[in-house]
Every structure is written in structure tokens, then in C-alpha cells.
Write a protein that binds this ligand. Structure first.
Ligand code: AQP
Length: 351
């Protein structure tokens, strides 16, 4: 598998030694290859270069309708997928967002500074709110990027590895950091996005972003048969109607996906054989399915091992929460003091 991180200009803030990274993923369904190549692969590679805080952002996930009964399982699945993908609890802090109350505490404070117009212009808000009746649109969907800013700023993170769809939200995090610093004194660094070369992976429909909830994805932990079945439905070059028609790899999403999984010789061969109609679309999709199955095999094996020991996952999340709270509560003490609120220590000694 290929496609490494891209650093923006500028060195990490030296005040944290190694600099801090923060990012999150919603437990809204199976983590997929778009999440992996767009963000998680970067999370894994950054573990040795930064102090990394990675959250399963469960409070974000409840901003749209969801099933509370099945939710605990989704939380565990997300943790299993992230660990199987290469997060190492010895080198990063993995935790559940809802277990670190400082995120929501800071979110309210940032809400008091948030420009409503900028929130209403967010592409993801407009997409998810869609054409729905105004009364049916939840305020949580609008405030989502403010909570996301709090997720990042509460750790004073310098770098945020995300896919392209989150860049606009990060712009807001920078706006809020600036507003806070100007109003109450220098407190937060302005976090920069870290993008991979796979900024926006398209779904199997070949049109929209690969997404957990659109049913157009390949799950990182999908069993081999599921990968073959899903790949069989993938859209290719719409002009190629018959096998004997020459194909155009440059407009084919399956060919794009080859670049994340296949070696350069295979990519060059598929390119040649597609253009000369020597390989058919179905044949090519099954070739890619087999390559994907092999390359995702180590993750499936690690996940199966983790699932045999659910206590271990709880233990990893507990350790992550403790480390996250240590940093987040320090930031909140600073924030409270800057706002003229009583610091936690005074409240505690008088309680
Ligand atoms: N298709 C994608 N290509 C590249 N990067 C992607 N990301 C998501 N989809 C793609 C990146 O993955 C990280 C985690 O995403 P998220 O769970 O926080 O939210 P999302 O972007 O809304 O992901 P989904 O899969 O599309 O979920 P649903 O269906 O629930 O909305 C982010 O860094 C994101 O950029």
C-alpha cells in the first residue's frame, strides 16, 4: 500500500517538545479505506514524531440520528479497527471523546466566540442538513465544527492529520484560536492540517466521497468475500459499454484505487491492457479485489486477535483517557484563569 504524509510549511511548536498531534474519527460505521488512506495512515506514521492524541469522537456521532442500542458495539469496532490499522497504545493516546469532559466544556466557551455566518457556510453542514425543513435541522450539526475545534485546542495541538473534507473545519479552529488569543491572551497555537496524497477517495459509486454511511465503501476489516462482492458493484469508465471497447483509466475510479494497493508494474499493465481492451472491467475489479484482500490481511488478523481480549481494549482506552485528561485539565485551568473564572483548584479546596 502506498501514499505517505505531506507536511505543511513550518516547524512544530517547540513548547511541547515534540509538538502535538490531535485527530478524531466518528464511530458511525465501519472504518474504510478512504478513512485509512485519507487520515489514519498518517496517524500511524506520526506516532514517533509527535505526542499524538487520537479520539473516537462519539459526541460528534450523536449529532445525526443513530441507534443507541448498537452504539457500544460501534465504539468497540472503531477501537479495534484503529489498533489493527497500526495505532500503538505505547506510542499514542487513544480514547473516547465523551470520557474527557474538557472537550465539551471548552466547546461551550468557544461557542461564545464562534461566528455564526462561518458555521452556516460549512460545506459539510450544508450537505448533511440538505434540503430538510429548518425546524428539523439540529443545532448540534451546526455546532459540530466548534466541538471539533475544542477537541484540537484542548490539547494545544499543532498538527491535525485529516482528509480534505475537514480542512474547512480546521480553518474555523484557527479562527477560534485567534479570537480567543486576541480576547483573553495568548493561549492556543493555530493548528495546521496534515494531508496525505489521498485527500479525497471516491466511493465505489465513483462519484461521491467514500463514506461510512453511504454504503459505497470497502471496510478495512471486510472479509475477503465481502470485498469481492463490493468490488463487483464498483463503477468504472461509464463510456465502456462492451468488453471490446477500449477503456480510459484516467476517468476510472477502480484504476485510481489501484494506486493505493498495487505495485507500479501492475498499475502499468492494467493501464495498457485497459486501453487496448485486453482486460475487461470485471476482470480488473477482481484483480484489485484480490490485491486488496492480501494487503488488508494483516489488519484482519490483528483485529481477530484483539477481539479475543475485549478487556485489553477497555484497558487501552482507560489509559488513553487518563493521559488525555491530564493535558486537557491543565489547558482548562489556564482557560478558566484567562476568562476570569475561578480555577478548579480554588473550587475544590472550598467544596
Ligand atoms: N473518502 C475519504 N477520503 C479521504 N479521507 C477521508 N476521510 C473520511 N472519508 C474520506 C477522513 O477520515 C477521517 C475520519 O472521518 P470522520 O469519521 O471523522 O468523518 P467523515 O469525514 O464524515 O467520514 P465518513 O466516512 O464520510 O463518515 P460519515 O459517513 O459518518 O460521514 C477524517 O479526517 C476525514 O477527513
Amino acid at each position: 500500500m502506498s501514499g505517505g504524509p505531506t507536511e505543511p510549511a513550518g516547524a512544530p511548536d517547540p513548547s511541547h517538545g515534540r509538538g502535538r498531534v490531535m485527530s478524531g474519527i466518528q464511530p458511525t460505521g465501519e472504518i474504510h479505506i478512504g478513512n485509512y488512506f485519507g487520515a489514519i495512515r498518517n496517524w500511524v506514521e506520526l506516532q514517533d514524531r509527535y505526542e499524538c492524541f487520537y479520539a473516537i469522537v462519539d459526541y460528534h456521532a450523536i449529532a445525526t440520528p443513530y441507534d443507541p442500542v448498537g452504539f457500544p458495539e460501534l465504539l468497540e469496532d472503531a477501537a479495534v479497527s484503529l489498533l489493527a490499522a497500526g495505532l500503538d497504545p505505547e506510542r499514542c493516546h487513544l480514547f473516547l471523546q465523551s470520557e474527557v469532559p474538557e472537550h465539551t466544556e471548552l466547546a461551550w466557551i468557544l461557542t461564545t466566540l464562534a461566528p455564526l455566518g462561518q458555521l452556516q457556510r460549512m460545506t459539510q453542514f450544508k450537505e448533511k442538513a440538505g434540503e430538510g425543513e429548518e425546524v428539523a435541522i439540529r443545532a448540534g450539526l451546526l455546532m459540530y465544527p466548534v466541538l471539533q475545534a475544542a477537541d484540537i485546542l484542548v490539547y494545544k495541538a499543532d498538527r491535525v492529520p485529516v482528509g480534505e473534507d475537514q480542512v474547512q473545519h480546521l480553518e474555523l479552529a484557527r479562527t477560534l484560536a485567534r479570537r480567543f488569543n486576541t480576547t483573553f491572551g495568548a493561549t492556543f497555537p493555530e493548528p495546521q492540517p496534515l494531508l496525505t496524497r489521498a485527500r479525497r477517495i471516491l466511493g465505489l459509486d465513483g462519484q461521491s466521497k467514500m463514506s461510512k454511511t453511504k454504503g459505497n465503501h470497502i471496510g478495512l476489516l471486510d472479509p475477503p468475500e465481502t470485498i469481492r462482492e463490493k468490488m463487483a458493484t464498483a463503477f468504472t469508465d461509464p463510456q465502456r459499454k462492451r468488453r471490446s471497447d477500449p477503456g480510459r483509466p484516467e476517468v476510472c475510479n477502480v484504476f485510481t484505487l489501484h494506486h493505493y494497493f498495487s505495485d507500479p508494474d501492475t498499475i502499468a499493465r492494467v493501464d495498457r491492457e485497459c486501453r487496448s481492451a485486453r482486460i475487461g472491467c470485471y476482470e480488473d475489479k477482481m484483480l484489485l479485489a484480490d490485491i486488496m484482500i492480501e494487503s488488508l490481511r494483516p489488519m484482519r488478523e490483528r483485529a481477530a486477535e484483539l477481539r479475543r481480549d475485549p478487556g485489553r481494549i477497555r484497558e487501552i482506552l482507560d489509559r488513553g483517557r487518563a493521559a488525555a485528561r491530564r493535558v486537557a485539565s491543565e489547558t482548562m485551568d489556564e482557560v478558566r484563569a484567562a476568562l476570569g473564572l475561578w480555577p478548579t483548584s480554588i473550587r475544590t479546596s472550598r467544596a
